[in-house]
Design a protein around this ligand. Structure first.
Ligand code: GLN
Length: 521
């Protein structure tokens, strides 16, 4: 049951093959067995069992609310959840309990989905490893897969690999079979990056399609709630439920009316796939390059038109992203002053000392570094040179995409990450800020331009770890993007690669052994 997709388990619930309470207990057990992954910050055991019982009553009476009724899900710890701690992985909000639910969380609860817990992340979603939060790093479930251990000769105790980030807990929760769906957030790639490294489907919807109300902001003009599932079809179901105008978020748009289920027979012969030449970035691994061209060939041999395209401003995107990101961070983080929310320093000899020490104690150096850079970019004498210029570059980047899509290209095919998951000890040796910048190279342009993008797992690397490729589509064509993703998913058969590799089994067994042997992370 735990290995099924959301769609599959939803059917099993409806056919009475398992009850919501049994399913919830299985997931809770699984969370305990995989504790060493450190995917969850808070497990909402009592609440989930209560919600499962309510769902059970509805199903028994033959009145399920919809396809999510009784489905276990997880939520990144930067979405507000009523009466449940929402920490953002930061000392600043370690004990913060919001009085309301984020709109997307409320929508899932309204559908009868069962909340298993809040997932681990980089502090305030700044990072690409899930190595930078106060609750410790997230371990990638694939660290314990037979494929990785045998092909790379790794030892599970010392050579475990990162989950990617910043929504690493959410990706690990879905990949380790403790939830069928998880919410991440995606500002520069934080849903797609861990999705690719953990071998799950990760959708960053069009900006404005999903409400940000209750998502603690990083970069308001780029943040979107992300959807992590085991299949594109599952992502489409969740998207259908979550999308739409929200009076509490003035940047939301009405949802394009469309059914939740994807068409079974999407015909790729009618589509044109663009391969942006600027995405041949330095540092791209041979494994990813090989998969990129294999998948392009798959499209071509199925009758799609595949052509090279140019997005000439791509090389400027990462700098543009960082200037705008830091500027918005500087402004967003001003609310954490020790007065209204979260941590307040004991050092209060003056108001200024209290502010300074609260922020020094509450934020890690990545967050403080971005606040500092952002305030520098926003200084009166720098504003035109950095902030305004970055806004102009942003327009050029968006125009590049618009030009390509209006020339008849339906979708762009690119890598999601430069390489497969790095070993934790290797990743943390390097300065994480530099590393973060490199990791976002393929993902942040879609945020800068507000476009939908999805990472689809396509293969295992030579080290036996998942590789994902990214599809980017025109604004508001999320559903078509997922139809193409579904086609790709069926062609590459990643699910059966991962099952036949016996990795789910080994992730289970080895994971348990690992937990018993060590005192976890
Ligand atoms: N790595 C990016 C950053 O640190 C991703 C942020 C995100 O998408 N939340 O800015």
């Amino acid at each position: 049951m735990l290995g099924l997709t959301l769609k599959g388990v939803s059917l099993a619930l409806r056919e009475g093959r398992i009850s919501p309470t049994e399913l919830c207990r299985k997931c809770l057990n699984r969370i305990k067995k995989t504790q060493h992954l450190n995917a969850y910050i808070t497990v909402t055991e009592e609440l989930s069992l209560k919600q499962a019982e309510q769902s059970e009553t509805r199903l028994r009476q033959g009145v399920p609310i919809g396809p999510l009724d009784g489905i276990p899900f997880a939520v990144k710890d930067n979405f507000s959840t009523r009466n449940i701690k929402t920490t953002c992985g930061s000392r600043m909000l370690k004990d913060y309990t919001p009085p309301y639910n984020a709109t997307v969380v409320q929508k899932l609860l309204d559908q009868g989905a069962v909340l298993m817990g809040k997932t681990n992340m980089d502090e305030f979603a700044m990072g690409s490893g899930s190595t930078d939060g106060i609750f410790g790093p997230v371990r990638n479930p694939w660290s314990y897969a037979t494929s990785y251990l045998t092909q790379s000769g790794a030892s599970p105790d010392s050579d475990w690999v990162i989950s990617g980030g910043s929504s690493g807990g959410s990706a690990a929760a879905v990949a380790s079979l403790t939830s069928y769906l998880a919410l991440g957030s995606d500002t520069g790639g934080s849903t797609r990056n861990p999705g690719a490294l953990c071998g799950v489907v990760a959708l960053k919807p069009t900006y404005g399609l999903l409400s940000r109300h209750g998502l603690i902001p990083l970069v308001n003009s780029m943040d979107v709630p992300g959807i992590i599932t085991r299949s594109a079809a599952d992502a489409a179901i969740v998207l259908g439920i979550l999308q739409g105008f929200d009076v509490k978020d003035s940047t939301t748009v009405p949802s394009p009316s469309s059914p939740q289920e994807l068409p079974e027979d999407f015909d790729v012969r009618n589509i044109c796939v663009g391969i942006p030449k600027e995405y041949h970035a330095p540092g791209l691994s041979q494994d990813i390059l090989a998969q990129w061209s294999r998948v392009a060939d798959l499209f071509e041999s199925a009758g799609a038109r595949v052509k090279q395209v140019s997005l000439p401003h791509t090389p400027y995107s990462i700098v543009c992203y960082h200037v705008l990101c830091c500027a918005e961070v500087a402004s967003n983080m001003a609310r954490f002053d020790g007065l209204e929310y979260g941590h307040r320093s004991e050092m209060n000899s003056s108001t200024e000392v209290m502010y300074t020490s609260t922020r020094h104690e509450g934020f890690n150096d990545v967050v403080r570094g971005r606040i500092l850079s952002g305030n520098y970019f926003l200084l009166k004498q720098n504003y035109q040179h950095y902030f305004v210029k970055a806004q102009k570059v942003r327009r050029l980047i968006a125009d590049d995409f618009r030009r390509v899509f209006s020339s008849g290209v339906d979708v762009l095919l690119t890598p999601t990450t430069l390489a497969d998951a790095a070993r934790y000890h290797h990743f943390t040796q390097e300065d994480n800020r530099t590393r973060s910048t490199q990791e976002d190279v393929f993902t942040q342009p879609a945020n800068v331009a507000g476009l939908p993008a999805v990472s689809v797992p396509v293969s295992l690397s030579t080290r036996g770890l998942p590789i994902g490729l990214q599809l980017i589509g025109p604004a508001l064509e999320d559903r078509k993007l997922l139809s193409i993703a579904q086609w790709l998913e069926e062609r590459v058969g990643f699910q059966s690669i991962s099952d036949s590799d016996d990795s789910q089994q080994s992730r289970n067994v080895t994971g348990r052994t690992q937990r018993e042997q060590t005192s976890a992370v």
